[in-house]
Design a protein around this ligand. Structure first.
Ligand code: SAH
Length: 236
């Protein structure tokens, strides 16, 4: 469904949501789509940590012959539901027609708000250790920073997980200058968008939460006015 505002939903996704019998998704996303859903459609919404249950319900409805849209924010294949749907269809050995509709992921939505920070090679890393061991995340942070990737951080900080972003910054400082630009975008392309361009040294002074994407520049990234830009390498 893209980052949130309906203008950023693809026409294809729009048509599919209009066309299906059942829409399945996390409550917040169903609310964002409320204007598109009509009363003849069934809505199955569940809380955040119920992904497996939600997917099972979607698959059950599809097996009954209904057309079902399983909704993720951003791109369904980036920390979204597309993988889980395919894993469960495979696991159950089902012969279901599954189509994945791409969407604008948070990194791309946030990047456009900041200017052009992802113009060169970048890595996307989720700081959530709910499904991934923290040692694996640390290893990837180290390697991406050492290789001078621009790094987009998803799930940077929640009420329960406050230390990961602190440790991530310390890892980055081993490989990147304190003056490295950092862009922080909250609710990108979703109503009350907020953005700030700061640097590695000062980034923790800003509000960071679960509706925030953080983009750390590479050694070439620069800022001007309110923009954050990573040069591609053209002679300007
Ligand atoms: N499938 C989603 C990502 C889900 S992981 C996508 O492709 O965008 C959830 C994380 O995505 C959040 O913690 C946040 O870091 C990021 N995110 C999702 N929507 C966002 C938005 N509108 N603005 C900023 N960050 C967002």
């Amino acid at each position: 469904m893209g980052p949130g505002d309906l203008e950023y939903l693809s026409i294809k996704a729009f048509q599919v949501i209009k066309d299906v019998d059942v829409v399945v998704g996390y409550n917040t996303y169903i609310d964002l789509l409320a204007d598109l859903i009509n009363e003849d459609q069934e809505v199955i919404s569940t809380g955040m940590t119920k992904e497996v249950d939600r997917t099972a319900l979607a698959i059950e409805a599809a097996c009954e012959g209904q057309k079902v849209a399983m909704v993720s924010s951003g791109d369904a294949g980036v920390y979204g539901m597309a993988g889980l749907v395919l894993e469960m269809v495979n696991e159950k050995g089902l012969d279901l027609a599954v189509e994945i509709i791409p969407g604008i992921t948070a990194a791309n939505a946030a990047a456009s708000t900041l200017g052009a920070p992802l113009m060169h090679d970048y890595a996307v890393i989720s700081l959530s250790d709910l499904l991934t061991p923290w040692e694996v995340i640390v290893d990837r942070l180290e390697k991406a920073a050492a290789a001078d990737f621009v790094i987009a951080l998803y799930n940077p900080k929640s009420n329960q997980r406050t230390e990961q972003i602190v440790e991530a910054r310390e890892i980055f400082l081993k490989h990147k200058e304190p003056s490295t630009p950092v862009g922080i975008v909250r609710n990108a392309k979703r109503g009350s968008e907020e953005m700030v361009v700061t640097n590695l040294d000062q980034m923790l002074e800003e509000e960071i939460d679960m509706v925030t994407t953080v983009i750390i520049g590479n050694s070439e990234t620069f800022t001007f006015a309110d923009f954050m830009v990573t040069p591609r390498g053209y002679e300007v």
